[in-house]
Design a protein around this ligand. Sequence first.
Ligand code: C2E
Ligand code: CA
Ligand code: CA
Ligand code: CA
Length: 280
Amino acid sequence: AKSSGKARIVVYEAEMDRRATHDAKLGADLRRALDRDEFFLVYQPVVRLPDGCPAGAEALVRWRHPERGVVPPVEFIPLAEQTGLIVPLGLWVLNEACRQAAQWLRDLRTTGPWKVSVNVSARQLSEPGFAVQVAEALAGWLLPADRLMIEVTETAIFDNETATATLRQISALGVALALDDFGTGHSSLSLLRTAPVDVLKVDKSFVDDLGGDNAESTIVTATLYIANGLRLSAVAEGVETPTQARRLYELGYQLAQGYHFAKPLPAEEMAALLAGAAPL
Ligand code: C2E
Ligand code: CA
Ligand code: CA
Ligand code: CA
């Protein structure tokens, strides 16, 4: 038993080594990826219920790795956060999304009230000068502030005076703010008073509860109640089935996002949706 325990430890250490090497390699690749233009954005529609007309687009980053192919953000955002690379990467995402939104605004004949939203990590929000970078991106691409939304998690702003002050500056520019993954972080309802929030994005895990036989709607209902009371919008995330979509509509949700409506799309496909503003 003793020797097998030892063997297990050796195997475990080998696995740790393998992972550390993997991370180190990926980290080194990540540092070069920005210079090599390997990142791109896809856009997931946020739709109106019940008709499915696009009301906005969330920008989601992808990495086209020369050997691994397209790498999803779960595999490199945490690493980028650890190494600080999220700061220049996040700045690239912000500028690319603003560039794209400004181009859509020029090219598309219909100009419905859609916004493009950008995910911002805690680390970016704590950088002094982030609000200035947002102002510069808008001015640089000639994008009206009301076309941009910034998505942050509760955890990123919880107990963080710098982050909250930055959000107030961004909000003063006319940019909308969404609380992402609402209900899963360091939830504190007092956040909704101190941070200038416009939108609550109800996390997929609560939307999942709506399906199936033991449908459970307490959290999605309570979140909508809070949003309505505070005059915020609510977006239900991760809607995968017609049943969930119908339940959300019956509960009073007006906005939703998820594979049931559309997966994240290449920019051209998102543009076609915005141009038509047609039901999905
Ligand atoms: P998020 O901001 O909560 O984004 C939603 C994620 O859920 C996206 O994954 C989206 O593709 C996925 N999703 C949407 N609808 C459905 C659905 O119906 N079912 C399922 N199973 N998934 C759905 P993605 O693109 O892999 O992004 C994962 C996370 O990575 C994002 O979660 C966000 O936290 C982070 N992320 C993505 N892009 C950026 C970025 O540019 N900057 C930062 N800081 N974080 C980013
Ligand atoms: Ca998000
Ligand atoms: Ca989310
Ligand atoms: Ca999430």
